[in-house]
Ligand binder design. Structure first.
Ligand SMILES: Nc1nc2c(c(=O)[nH]1)N[C@H]1C(S)=C(S)[C@@H](COP(=O)(O)O)O[C@H]1N2
Ligand SMILES: [Mo]
Length: 318
């Protein structure tokens, strides 16, 4: 993610030509500076929320044309500002004493049946974990394909039984300055907040991930539970959730607070509406060498979600 006046660590992701190479060498330098080798790092990677495994493959969400990105890339090229702004930092800094077990999550606000439960209890109530393979498209114009394990968000919301006044869902990430160097620095306004319209949250695609590739989700990917809304830019996919609140007002999400001209509430993937500073018509494929591909409307999920936006001006509602 980028703010208007980038520091050198924020240089345009989109000025992307030799960039995967740039990132690789930068990561190596970074790890060398910390005195950490690749193997030692992998061994220290912490995993969380063990309920629900092994997960069941859901064949309805496994497009054979999608080739999943390597586990190594998915878990070492991350945006998680609580643990640093460089893509390689979260893997290191989120595995230095931050604990995600036990972890309580609440579903609250305009609901008849408020819930406050341990994440493993939530997974059990959801009937275990299923696996879906989804595209992930960051607003910075790179993409991956991720096999997520978890459950459909609509099931959890239905359990809380929304009141008729509920129109939106607000998600909040943990706040813990002791564990989070990014929160100590204040590199974003914290806690990180995201939101959806209730009908978006109830769409079949909206998913809570507790795993990747059939294993508990690593800290750097948002342990122990994170949102996945594959037709929206990655910043909507809020990590390490502690609170899900049903409201009657549209929430102000963190990136909108920071820079409303560049990051909106909807953030639907749209190749026809460029970011003010770069094109959204194509994307760099992580793990795909220097390859780029065309970005698809709603990130390829038009059939499932286009009807949510009938009659809306998608240029205004970016
Ligand atoms: N709490 C929190 N959630 C977050 C972020 C963050 O900085 N903090 N970054 C977002 C962005 S910009 C992206 S692209 C995705 C990246 O998810 P990944 O690292 O698992 O690929 O997480 C999103 N969720
Ligand atoms: Mo992102």
């Amino acid at each position: 993610m980028l703010i208007r006046t980038p520091q050198d660590w924020e240089l345009p992701e989109s000025a992307a030509t030799p960039e995967s190479l740039y990132h690789l060498s930068k990561r190596r330098d970074f790890l060398k500076a910390l005195g950490v080798g690749g193997a030692a790092l992998a061994a220290r990677e912490a995993l969380a929320a063990t309920a629900g495994f092994p997960s069941k493959v859901n064949a309805d969400y496994r497009d054979p044309a999608l080739k999943p990105t390597a586990y190594e890339h998915i878990t070492s090229y991350n945006n998680f500002y609580e643990f640093g702004t460089d893509k390689a930092e979260p893997k290191v800094l989120a595995n230095r004493g931050w604990t995600t077990e036990p972890w309580t999550v609440e579903v609250t606000g305009l609901v008849n049946n408020p819930l406050k439960l341990d994440v493993n209890e939530v997974v059990k109530k959801m009937g275990g974990a299923e696996q879906r393979v989804y595209r992930l498209r960051c607003v910075e114009a790179w993409s991956m394909v991720v096999p997520w394990d978890g459950f459909q968000l609509s099931k959890l919301i239905a359990l809380a039984d929304p009141k008729s006044e509920a129109k939106f869902v607000t998600f909040t990430t943990f706040l813990d300055k002791k564990s989070s160097p990014g929160q100590r620095q204040g590199n974003l306004p914290y806690p990180y907040i995201e939101g959806l319209r209730l009908d978006e949250a109830m769409n079949e695609l909206s998913f809570i991930a507790t795993g990747i590739y059939g294993k508990p989700i690593p800290h750097q990917n948002g342990a122990p539970l994170r949102l996945v809304v594959p037709w929206k830019y990655g910043f909507k996919c809020i990590k390490s959730i502690v609170k899900i609140e049903l409201t009657d007002k549209q929430p102000l999400n963190t990136w909108q607070v920071l820079q409303a001209r560049e990051y909106g509430f909807y953030a639907n993937v749209n190749p026809q509406v460029d970011h003010p500073r770069w094109t959204q018509a194509s994307e760099r494929v992580i793990g795909g060498g220097l390859g780029r591909q065309k970005t698809l409307m709603f990130n390829g999920y038009e059939q499932q979600v286009a009807s949510l936006y009938t009659g809306m001006d998608l240029r205004k509602n970016y």
